[in-house]
Design a binder for this molecule. Structure first.
Ligand code: FAD
Length: 378
């Protein structure tokens, strides 16, 4: 797609901000307490002040009132620029559900916070319910004007830094598997909520969340009691697009770093970039990334044109293809940089660790293939 002048300027501004503020490893170490945390709240707040967070959020809730194309530009450039604000994408994903189904009051709280740099979590997965989310068992029973929640969620990104947990609970176990599920907005400081870190390959991102007799008012329902499954399904195109465009940013960064290194490093009397066997692999990588970018911005443009509900196949394709391309780009980058690709100082190992997980979360790529196959009538 062709960006407007305004969109091009926006991309250039985000890019140069990231190069200036988090372009070096030292700057990123300072922003993340020596790489011990994934999100810099100081940076999030600055992005909020610049009006770049919630660029797609309506102005009445504190956003800029632009569209998904602008949101994708921001996500791509901040991932490409290594900005340590990964939790923003989780908040944005949770925010999609609030914006579509929440009350104005819920939206003012949640979306207003996201636009200022606050984080939000979405708690769907459970120890026994991963790909098969419909088998969720975390339960909420109605008692007068309250719900009482008991159960466990797992793998919950940024729960420890968020204001609320958008919690997917079973409010009725009498009917079919996908009925009786409800979204509740649970403040993280509610008595009975316990958040414990799950250690993974990247620092401090995911958590187990335990709910023991957690009481929230009936007004905490987001959308309709018992309708969370269909609400969840309606928001999936945007969730997959968010993951896809971030993967394009990660892939582009791996490509940028690989090219820079190959021009610099000489062996056998010439730069690596002059070995045909190597440069053709870079050409292939650049081509794959260009195809991914074309697909994500095509989807973003269609969402802005109001066609979101018809994008199940394309958004699954984008999530699958872009995340696999980012993984390949990081692994190719590491191989093409030789031993230096494996060294912490050169950054490609961070790219590899980052690129391994998007094929798993947000619906694994096997599940995306299932969706695509089903939509093809197979
Ligand atoms: C870093 C990270 C962050 C996350 N953040 C969140 C979050 O914020 N909120 C949240 O709710 N969850 C989150 N998750 C959970 C994530 O969405 C799940 O891990 C994912 O959906 C897969 O579920 P599972 O891990 O239970 O794997 P399983 O469902 O047990 O799958 C195991 C393997 O079997 C395959 N498989 C399963 N069923 C099928 C099938 N029908 N056909 C073919 N293959 C199949 C899968 O593709 C996978 O390869 C996160 C996970 C990670 C790792």
């Amino acid at each position: 797609m062709v960006f407007t002048d305004e969109q091009q300027e926006f991309a250039a501004s985000v890019k140069s901000f990231c190069a200036r503020e988090c372009g070096t490893r030292e700057q990123r170490a300072a922003l993340t307490d020596g790489f011990t945390v994934a999100n810099s709240h100081a940076l999030l707040e600055r992005f909020g002040e610049l009006g770049w967070l919630g660029v797609s959020v309506p102005q009445e809730y504190g956003g800029a009132g632009a569209g998904m194309v602008e949101e994708c530009i921001f996500l791509e450039e901040t991932c490409r620029g290594h900005a340590p604000i990964h939790g923003y994408s989780t908040a944005l994903t949770a925010g999609q559900t609030y914006m579509r189904w929440g009350t104005p009051e819920q939206n003012r709280k949640v979306m207003g916070g996201i636009c200022r740099g606050r984080l939000e979590a979405i708690a769907l997965s459970e120890p026994g319910a991963g790909s098969d989310l419909g088998s969720a068992r975390c339960a909420a029973r109605r008692e007068g004007d309250e719900y009482v929640i008991n159960g466990q969620k797992t793998w919950i990104s940024v729960a420890h830094e968020s204001d609320h947990l958008l919690t997917f609970v079973r409010t009725d176990s009498g009917g079919a598997k996908h009925d009786g599920l409800t979204f509740l907005m649970v403040p993280t400081d509610t008595p009975g909520v316990e958040i414990r870190e799950v250690e993974v390959m990247i620092p401090r991102v995911v958590n187990d969340v335990f709910y023991t007799d957690v009481r929230v008012p009936a007004s905490a329902v987001v959308g309709e009691d018992g309708r969370a499954w269909s609400q969840l399904m309606r928001g999936l195109a945007i969730e997959r697009l968010i993951i896809a465009v971030m993967a394009v940013g990660y892939a582009a960064r791996s490509l940028d770093d690989t090219i820079a290194y190959m021009k610099e490093r000489e062996q056998f009397g010439r730069p690596l970039s002059k070995f045909q066997a190597l440069r053709h692999r870079v050409a292939d990588m650049a081509t794959e990334i260009a195809c991914c970018r074309a697909l994500v911005y095509d989807i973003a443009q269609k969402i802005d044109a109001g066609q979101e509900d018809a994008l199940s196949t394309e958004s699954s394709m984008a999530k699958m293809k872009c995340t696999e391309t980012a993984k390949l780009a990081a692994l190719e980058g590491m191989q093409l940089m030789g031993g230096y690709g494996y060294a912490v100082e050169y950054g490609m190992e961070e790219q590899v660790r980052q690129a391994l997980v998007p094929p798993i979360y947000g619906g694994t790529n096997e599940i995306q293939r299932e969706i695509i196959s089903k939509n093809l009538g197979l």
